[in-house]
Design a protein around this ligand. Structure first.
Ligand code: NI
Length: 218
């Protein structure tokens, strides 16, 4: 009886790099990622837009929102999207202690599992703020590669839907990872035209883990 808790099994890692800002492939696939939700109005509206086009995306949720909107979390998973870890407090991980970062990621992981039954397999650091050594031990201990991005239209500055669309469409290339936020109405407004233009260019949308599986192929 008693003693140390049983060691956690080492999770199966996605990919073989500590971090990805894009994937090396000539295959016509990209990943669309939505950070900081779920939001009670904007996320369901986004899900409708994606469903109409049979497009799959990845949601880097903040655990406080995940706990607040478990039905939206379950809808995201039920409709074939992926959920990633974006911490609990949305703080700057690069300025936190190792114990603090571990607590952020563990609590967010548990909130995602509790609401959806599915474990996240990648993480994105708030503000992209993370050190190389943090990336290495997070991948080792959590099995998460750190997911950055190749296209950032700065939608949080609310430049208008048409500007968000043009920045995403002009920046997207095969293997690319597109960063936007599903907590802004204008970002959701930009999505129908963005998705339709990218589909029209022959690009196909996959989740982040699906995209990583193409690294070094094609
Ligand atoms: Ni964020």
């Amino acid at each position: 009886m008693g003693g140390a808790p049983a060691p956690q099994p080492l999770p199966t890692s996605v990919g073989n790099k500590d971090s990805y800002s894009r994937v090396a492939t000539g295959l016509p696939f990209i990943a669309l990622t939505f950070d900081d939700g779920p939001h009670p109005q904007h996320t369901p509206r986004l899900l409708d837009i994606l469903k109409q086009r049979n497009v799959k995306a990845t949601f880097y949720v903040v655990a406080t929102n995940a706990r607040r909107y478990p039905e939206i979390m379950r809808r995201i998973v039920a409709e074939g999207h992926e959920i990633g870890n974006h911490t609990v407090t949305h703080g700057n991980l690069a300025k936190m202690s190792e114990a603090g970062v571990r607590q952020e990621l563990t609590a967010a992981h548990e909130a995602i599992v509790a609401t959806t039954g599915v474990a996240p397999r990648t993480m994105r650091p708030p503000y992209g703020a993370i050190t190389a050594s943090q990336k290495a031990w997070i991948r080792h201990d959590f099995g998460y590669p750190t997911i950055m991005w190749s296209v950032d239209p700065e939608d949080w500055k609310k430049p208008g839907a048409s500007v968000v669309t043009s920045r995403l469409v002009s920046g997207a290339t095969p293997g690319g990872i597109l960063l936007v936020h599903d907590i802004h109405s204008s970002t959701i407004d930009a999505m129908p035209s963005t998705v339709d233009q990218l589909l029209g260019r022959g690009l196909k949308f996959v989740t982040v883990t699906q995209l990583i599986a193409m690294d070094g192929r094609g």
